[in-house]
Design a protein. Structure first.
Length: 129
């Protein structure tokens, strides 16, 4: 099992990547709104909006991971609590999945029956008279 610090770092890296993607799209929209051309920085696959969005995400991640102790403590506590979770076994998961599928199928049959029945009643004008 990996140490808690490794999981914290991994979480921050994943959050940075996701945040970078969001900020990249936001930067593209802002550049379009100001009618600024999104110039390529390192070839056609790396644009100015990606540089700005990724830079903002990295700065936020550095602040959250290293400069703001409260956010780091929160992430560490979340990882500790996740370690206490008792995950179901594969057999329990399969059994629960089959139960959910069976209940959904029974509900679908019952609802389909009522839909067909009330559709037949409304098509034959049983509700009008």
């Amino acid at each position: 099992m990996r140490s808690k610090g490794t999981w914290v770092l991994l979480l921050y890296v994943l959050a940075t990547l996701l945040l970078g993607l969001v900020f990249t799209y936001a930067t593209q929209e802002v550049l379009e709104w100001f009618r600024v051309y999104d110039i390529p920085i390192l070839g056609q696959n790396f644009l100015l909006s990606q540089l700005i969005g990724g830079g903002i995400a990295v700065l936020i991640a550095i602040y959250a991971a290293f400069l703001n102790q409260r956010s780091r403590d929160f992430v560490e506590q979340c990882i500790e609590e996740l370690g206490k979770v008792a995950f179901p076994s594969g057999a329990e998961t399969r059994k629960s999945t089959y139960t959910v599928i069976a209940v959904c199928l029974v509900a679908a049959v019952i609802l389909g029956f009522f839909d067909t029945f009330f559709g037949w009643l409304s098509n034959n004008d049983f509700f009008l008279g």
